[in-house]
Design a protein around this ligand. Structure first.
Ligand code: SF4
Length: 344
């Protein structure tokens, strides 16, 4: 069933939400600003990260890169380092590129129009809508999973959120309840979705719009949102060699787009002559968004200086100190492995 609704019958729902937001908005540091740069960074940081987990990272990032110019002038590896702990490193790479784009194409001034914001590297419709509405009075709803969930419950609407038209469909639905102050409305929906209308066990009794919520009155809240398509998860096996000698080990920087672009990793192969130096191996499992990784890491303690030098010369690996490895960005499982090796 696709519900067709017209008119302004539902505007009072948006207004009620605004009232609630006025008294219940989460007290977050980025709520005190309308600086589009800071709002942009926080939207990207908190897309997949809980506020409590990401807040320190966000504050450190803003402290080091307080504006577009500082970020644009920074070295990419330093930007990656400040992103450490947040995962999804491609976002940090895109943020850095977009900062440079703003310097080159917009004379260092963050663009105010939704369509212009959308041209920036790594910024999609959701972020463009959030930044333009919060900072510049833009009128686009920032439709994300929170909108899908709240709106499909509010209207007991079984439109499939895995359908490719879901974004357009829920944007139109949002327009029915959206008051004039779209910036606050978008933030109110974010807060309602994360604090009250949660995916599991929503707090309907405390919800400011429960009187209008059809799923609640039908006692069918758990039926919504409807999602039919499951995203396929792929199993992937990786092999690494932790090649070390005298407190140093060998690394290289990943180039490909596949996973972990621009992060550092260990060699993925060694010549036969080095195999006798293998002392042990360990298998680590790790989940990425659509991948289950099984990573086998061999510990290679090289006692021969000749083998060590030959291997480096033939493969152009970088040498780094185990103690100082925190100054480089490694994928989480490799980072954990290095930290554990320090304890041994
Ligand atoms: S009443 Fe419950 S299901 Fe409906 S919008 Fe509120 S929290 Fe969500």
């Amino acid at each position: 069933m696709e519900n067709i609704r017209t008119g302004s019958d539902f505007l009072h729902v948006g207004n009620r939400l605004l009232e609630w937001y006025k008294n219940n908005a989460r007290d977050l540091p980025f709520r005190q600003t309308k600086d589009p740069y800071k709002i942009w960074i926080c939207e990207i940081v908190f897309q997949q990260t809980r506020i409590s987990q990401g807040l320190n990272h966000y504050n450190n990032f803003i402290k080091r890169f307080p504006d577009v110019k500082t970020l644009a002038e920074a070295d990419e590896n330093e930007v990656l380092l400040y992103w450490k702990g947040l995962g999804y490193y491609s976002r940090a790479i895109n943020i850095h590129k977009a900062a440079r784009q703003i310097m080159e194409e917009y004379q260092g001034v963050f663009p105010a129009q939704y369509q212009d914001i959308l041209t920036l590297k790594g910024i999609g419709k959701y972020t463009a809508a959030a930044v333009s509405s919060i900072c510049f009075g833009g009128k686009m709803p920032a439709v994300d999973g929170n909108f899908y969930r709240v709106l499909s419950r509010l209207f007991a609407d079984d439109f499939d959120i895995s359908n490719s038209r879901a974004f357009t469909y829920f944007s139109e639905l949002a327009a029915l309840v959206m008051p004039d102050n779209v910036g606050d409305f978008n933030q109110a929906m974010m807060d309602l979705g994360s604090e009250i209308c949660k995916p599991k066990n929503p707090l309907c009794g405390e919800c400011p719009i429960n009187e209008d919520c059809l799923a609640f009155s039908l006692q069918k809240v758990t039926n919504y949102p409807v999602k039919t398509k499951k995203v396929k998860t792929e199993d992937l096996a990786l092999t690494y060699y932790f090649v070390h000698r005298n407190g140093q080990f060998l690394i290289r920087q990943r180039k490909d787009d596949f996973i972990w672009k621009k992060l550092f990793e260990f060699p993925s192969a060694i010549p036969e002559e080095m195999e006798p130096f293998i002392t042990q191996s360990k298998t680590i499992t790790h989940k990425l968004t659509h991948k289950n990784l099984s990573i086998e890491i061999f510990n290679v303690a090289v006692s021969s200086e000749k083998e060590w030098n030959t291997f480096i010369a033939e493969n152009q690996y970088l040498i780094t100190d185990i103690q100082g490895s925190h100054e480089k960005s490694f994928p989480k499982p490799l980072e954990n492995y290095i930290q554990n090796s320090l304890k041994d």
